[in-house]
Design a protein around this ligand. Sequence first.
Ligand SMILES: [Zn+2]
Length: 299
Amino acid sequence: MKGWMFGIFLVCRAFPMPLPAQNDSLLLQGLKTDVFYLASDSLGGRAPGTGGAEMAARWIGKRFETLGLKPFIENTWVQPFTFSEEGKMIAAENLLALTNPEKPCKLLISAHYDHLGLESSHSREVFKNRIHNGADDNASGVAMLLALAQRYMQKEKELDYSVLFVCFSGHEAGLFGAEYLAQHLGNALNQVAFVVNLDMVGRLDDAQMPPPLYFRLPDDSHWKTELLPVATEGLKIVVKTIETPLDHTPFHKKGIPAATFSTGLHADYHLSSDDAEKINYAGMAQVFFFLEKFLAGIL
Ligand SMILES: [Zn+2]
């Protein structure tokens, strides 16, 4: 290695090379497009069993297809299930896609796409009939999942495992989609080494330095201590045990290391004001780069 080349090498080592600016702007643009669509009024707040949830499901399926993902269930992205809420039976759909059906599925990345619709007993809104757009909860998680799916498809040939991407429904009414999948994963359940759930990842709090990203997992988690996330990409990682069940919980109960990433609660939580304009898209990109490194490190 020539002296000047060595100098460049040292500079590169000391200051990790950021991705080319164009990649960053494409990533930002993709995250924004996905959140704005899912959180638009035309989807009416994506309550399970409504036309808005159906539109969201069809759209996520289209996005899976465009990214080159493969169905987990033969010939379809859709896993239908029903649940009962306040005495009503509701038909809902999980959406499932794999990077490569020929390889063992070691990683499950999930995000719920349903939200509260116009009103719900889980809403904190005092006014009636306002659309709960759920931009952070959880259009942000779905957008992050799709960005990760795109990145995994780009490096698919280098990997000896497949990644299962799942968008859950029935979350807000009681984690019904996650529960249903955990009971119906079949043989894949024995292959999945980690479940990483994304729920509300769009409000990174830049006012705090460094901004916190929460890693929520059960008290008696199966996650090995040496594999817990540590600070990188300018983020402070807050590992928190949580008793309240989240979409990772049914998988934890099956003995799988499972946890949820979130940028945390905020004033618009479960209100009609959880809108796409309020999302911190640069913060989402920062979380994306963190997740990409973290996920590559655990497998
Ligand atoms: Zn919610």
